[in-house]
Design a protein around this ligand. Structure first.
Ligand code: HEM
Length: 128
């Protein structure tokens, strides 16, 4: 039997949307993530949460090998005006990892997803 995609092993659209629902609430409340004023301008507004959850869910579905459904900007353009530095990226990386752990995602799937996140560091970090 062929190995299931990461998308399938994460529980498909329902599993990923459920995880992003929890993740985005935690990111919006995370002081280290919001220390960047440009990030806080977005993440400090509760009304941004539903649309952001939609975009991050679709991005994650595609990144994990699920169906094509992401309509947002690429990762360079999406983070162009935010001056995200290494510490800012690490704060988000740590929150994603902690959330997947909190939700009981198995180690192998968590590691595989975190490797995907890490592979975008160079596109997201645009400040020294
Ligand atoms: C690999 C890691 C990351 C992924 C997969 C990711 C994913 C996304 C996605 C899908 C969007 C929506 C793009 C659109 O509007 O079309 C977005 C926007 C955004 N991201 Fe990220 N992101 C990452 C890292 C970060 C980090 C490290 C920060 C902050 C420290 C951050 C802060 C933001 C903010 C504030 C926006 C909204 C920008 C705006 O519309 O004004 N992201 N991100």
């Amino acid at each position: 039997m062929p190995e299931q995609s990461l998308y399938e092993r994460l529980g498909g659209t329902y599993g990923i949307a459920g995880a992003v629902d929890v993740l985005v609430d935690r990111l919006f409340a995370n002081a280290a993530v919001n220390a960047n004023p440009a990030v806080h301008e977005h993440h400090g507004v509760a009304a941004n949460a539903p649309g952001y959850k939609f975009l991050v869910t679709a991005w994650s579905i595609e990144a994990a090998g699920g169906p094509k459904c992401y309509i947002g900007d690429d990762m360079i353009k999406a983070h162009d005006d935010l001056a995200i530095d290494r510490a800012g990226f690490d704060a988000v990386f740590t929150e994603i990892d902690a959330t997947l752990n909190f939700l009981g995602v198995p180690d192998a799937e968590r590691q595989e997803f975190m490797d995907i996140i890490e592979s975008y560091r160079g596109q997201v970090v645009q400040a020294a």
